[in-house]
Structure formats: C-alpha cells, structure tokens
Design a binder for this molecule. Structure first.
Ligand SMILES: Nc1ncnc2c1ncn2[C@@H]1O[C@H](COP(=O)(O)OP(=O)(O)OP(=O)(O)O)[C@@H](O)[C@H]1O
Ligand SMILES: Cc1ncc(CO)c(N)n1
Length: 264
C-alpha cells in the first residue's frame, strides 16, 4: 500500500513554500499527499504581498474529510496563522495517533509575519506537546523559549529546554547561523550534529517547509526519526545546490532533485 502524508499549512501562490512545497516533496518521495489549507498567501520569490486565513470550522472540516476517508501515515503542520486555528488543529489531531511533524512557522524568509504574536502560547501549549518532532529555526526557537539563540553554544543549551516543551524530539535548524549551517537533532537519548557547507545562493525559498515535508514523507514510509532526519538533510542540501532561478528574488529549492530527468 502506498504511504500517505497529510500537510496542514498555508498556500504559497509562488509554489515554493507551504502546501505547494510539501506536496511536491511528498511526490518526490512517492508518498501520496493530501492537504488542508489554513491560509491563502499572495506570495512570490520577492515576499508575501497579502494573506487571508481560512475559518477554523472549514479547516476542521478539511481535516475530518481527509482523515475519515483517505487517512495519513504521517502528518505535518506549517503556517497556522493564529491561536484559534492552532487549537482547532491540535484538537483534531489529538485523536489521530500517527507521527506529527510541527514546523512552527512564524515569519517568512522575506521577513513577513505568518503567525500573530499572541498565538505563540497556543503553539507551545497545544500543538508542540503532541508533536513527534518540532523543527524550529533559530528565530522560532528564540521565540518559543523567550531567549536569544544565535550561535552554537546557545543552540546546544536550548535543546533540553525545547524538549521540555513536550515534543518527542527537536530538530533545531541553524540555517541562520553566520558561517557553516549546523542543525542539531535531540530526542532525549542522543544529540546528532548535522553539518554542511554553506551554499552561496539566494535560492533558499521554502527550505524549512521542504525539510519538514521530506522528514514527514520518510516517516510515512516507515523510517525511524533519526534516519528520516539524516536523509532529509542530505536531500535538502542537493535541493538547494541545484535550485534554478524562477523569479527575481529568493527562488525555491529544487523539490524534484531526486527524480530522474526524462524527456516526455
Ligand atoms: N545556504 C545554505 N547552504 C546549505 N544549507 C542550507 C543553506 N540555507 C539553509 N540550509 C539548510 O536548510 C535548513 C533550513 O534552513 P533555514 O534554517 O533557513 O530554515 P527556515 O528558516 O525554517 O526556512 P524557511 O524560510 O523556509 O522558513 C538549514 O538548517 C540548513 O540545514
Ligand atoms: C505559506 C507559507 N508557509 C510557510 C512559509 C515559510 O517560509 C512561507 N513563506 N509561506
């Protein structure tokens, strides 16, 4: 039976992040992808020009429609927008015990806010505790913990406190570090360091979404968390390295890098 994954996230009209990045990544991993849309953004490689949130009741109806019929072997959340949506999603997922990857999306790479500030408490208290994995970048981890995390030392020091928020594991992404990127994975048993060269490119739109989506796809296929994270990290590096310029700003990563090129 084909593995299935569900993404609950915002739509990126530019196709590089959000729902579109997730579905493209699921497809690359040959995982059947379904989607619950929480927000519609008017977005391109230059930034987010506008967005509107979907009503909590329609979000709940989408989740029920997918899970009651198609089901999912793993679920990912991305942009959720506000506290009511976070609560709605958490209440719906609490009853559905499969791997849950929570990407605590707060601000787009362009600097545009995608989550209202007063929703952080709901994220921390409702959604993070039911997650199998949370994948904060440095600014998101700083907001979750209420202190600055901006170098290797503060990243290591943050791991235990992030785990105390209740998720089974954390992938703290250091893409925003000066110099070489370093991601740290911790699950209370072990700490893994994922290092890579910094690729000199502006084309990093959707890195966070694509990373979490690749992990979700691998979990849906039955991989354990550590191997899913390591494989997704390698995939993301190649997706960034082979990204082409699509627009005038930060172009999306190459979601189909692991699909063989074939003429039709
Ligand atoms: N220039 C780069 N070279 C190599 N790896 C990178 C580069 N930029 C990002 N990465 C990798 O991608 C991961 C995710 O990037 P980042 O931390 O920017 O995510 P994010 O801020 O959540 O992304 P997004 O803008 O999509 O929300 C990093 O942790 C790192 O592993
Ligand atoms: C819809 C959406 N979700 C997440 C991100 C994160 O970068 C984005 N830019 N847009």
């Amino acid at each position: 039976m084909r593995a299935k994954a569900l993404t609950i996230a915002g739509s990126d009209s530019g196709g590089g992040a959000g729902i579109q990045a997730d579905l493209k990544t699921f497809h690359t991993y040959q995982v059947y992808g379904s989607s619950v849309i929480t927000a519609i953004t008017a977005q391109n490689t230059l930034g987010v020009q506008a967005f509107e949130l979907v009503s909590p009741s329609l979000i709940e109806r989408q989740i029920v429609a997918v899970l009651a019929d198609i089901g999912a072997d793993a679920i990912k959340t991305g942009m959720l927008g506000n506290a009511t949506i976070i609560e709605t999603v958490a209440n719906s997922l609490r009853r559905y015990p499969v791997a849950l990857v929570v990407d605590p999306v707060m601000v787009a790479k362009s600097g545009d806010r995608l989550l209202v500030e007063d929703a952080v408490q709901a994220l921390r208290e409702q959604l993070v505790p039911i997650a199998s994995l949370i994948t904060p970048n440095l600014p998101e981890a700083s907001v979750l913990l209420g202190r600055e995390i901006d170098d290797e030392r503060t990243m290591y020091a943050a791991l235990d406190d992030l785990l105390k928020l209740g998720a089974k594991a954390v992938l703290l992404k250091g893409g925003h570090l000066k110099g070489q990127p370093l991601d740290l994975f911790a699950d209370g048993q072990q700490v893994l360091e994922l290092r890579s060269e910094r690729i000199d490119t502006p084309n990093t739109h959707g890195t966070g979404c694509t990373y979490a989506a690749a992990i979700t796809a691998l979990l849906a296929r039955g991989a354990d968390l550590v191997s899913a994270v390591c494989q997704a990290h390698a995939f993301l590096y190649e997706a960034i390295a082979s990204a082409e310029s699509i627009g005038a700003g930060h172009s999306p990563v190459n979601h189909w890098v692991w699909l063989s090129e074939r003429t039709v």
